[in-house]
Design a protein around this ligand. Structure first.
Ligand code: NAP
Length: 294
């Protein structure tokens, strides 16, 4: 048996087309163009790539988008002023603070400075609380993208046993909250594992849906997977590859070659969850624009 490979690129492209149409109708009705501004601090090469693709995704749809690039030694006050200006700017509906930040900055303090109504990443405590309570709010993009992939692929979550590897605020915790919510793409029985969890492989082998977000290359082995299960690989890890012109290549948190012989469906890396994250950022930007204009 070989698993169905879930094509995140194609699904994300379809969603972007739908969002483009939805946005056109919104712009025609309100004369408001959705706007996203990304704040980038320092010169982390991976962050620069992510930020460029986020901006391009907005511009491709004809939305307003900008990147504010601050030096690595920018002060907390400088960032607070930047966020305050964006909070007050009517052209801007979404503010994204690209993580990770340099160590001297207080990340939580800055995330909490962003108006919850413009928090397209869904990281503000008010929006985290709303997610847990099942209230409407921007939901973190990667978890939302994972849920949407499952819905688009007609993979049932209701009553299914979902194991999430990783308990980060960005992926693990919010995806667990989302999949246990009532309604479409939810109603799952969710188990969250982390670095202190014991007997990991005996837990993962019970999963109907296994979501790996640990940040360790090829961590999940074929023998950890229940035959026929759905495997969602969130990991993006650089591994050395002298044959690649860049000297490295990207691999996920799952041993893809081994896992695809056991799983029923699996996301590749790259081309699985990654494109969905950007599509959901566009979704959240439009969502915020609509709410702010209501
Ligand atoms: N596709 C996308 O768009 C996207 C978006 C975001 C992140 N990512 C990728 O997804 C991965 C995870 O990201 P993240 O931000 O969630 O990472 P993170 O903040 O580093 O969290 C990693 C989690 O994995 C757990 N973990 C680490 N080693 C483990 C082990 N040996 N056994 C069990 N659990 C272990 C950690 O446990 P503790 O809590 O106990 O330390 C932690 O909860 C990274 O590769 C990242 O690049 C991809």
């Amino acid at each position: 048996m070989s698993a169905r490979i879930i094509d995140g690129v194609a699904i994300a492209a379809r969603i972007r087309e739908q969002l483009a149409e939805e946005a056109q109708a919104f712009i025609k009705r309100t004369r408001v163009r959705p706007g996203l501004v990304v704040i980038l601090v320092g010169d982390n090469p991976a962050s620069q790539v992510y930020v460029r693709s986020k901006r391009k995704a907005c511009l491709d749809l004809g939305w307003y988008s900008d990147v504010i690039h601050l030096p690595a030694d920018a002060t907390q006050e400088r960032l607070e002023e930047t966020i305050d200006k964006l909070n007050a700017d009517p052209m801007v509906h979404g503010i994204l603070l690209q993580l990770p930040l340099p160590d001297h900055l207080n990340e939580q303090g800055l995330l909490q400075r962003i108006r919850p109504e413009k928090d397209v990443d869904g990281f503000h405590p008010i929006n985290v609380g709303k997610l847990v309570l099942g209230l409407p709010a921007p939901v973190p993009c990667t978890p939302l993208g994972i849920q949407r992939l499952l819905i688009e692929e007609h993979i049932e979550t209701a009553g299914k046993f979902v194991v999430v590897l990783g308990r980060s605020n960005i992926v693990g915790k919010p995806v667990a909250s989302l999949l246990m919510r009532k309604g479409s793409g939810g109603d799952a029985t969710v188990c969250v594992c982390h670095s202190r969890s014991e007997n990991l492989s005996s837990i993962t082998r019970q999963a109907d849906i296994l979501i790996a977000a640990v940040g360790r290359p090829r961590f999940v082995k074929a023998g950890w997977i229940k035959p026929g299960a759905t495997v969602i690989d969130v990991g993006i890890n650089r591994v050395n590859d002298p044959d690649s012109p860049r000297g490295y290549r990207l691999v996920g948190d799952v041993d893809f070659e081994g896992a695809k012989a056991v799983a029923g469906a699996i996301t590749p890396v790259p081309g699985g969850v990654g494109p969905m994250t950007i599509a959901m950022l566009l979704h959240n930007t439009l969502w915020c624009a609509k709410n702010l204009s209501a």
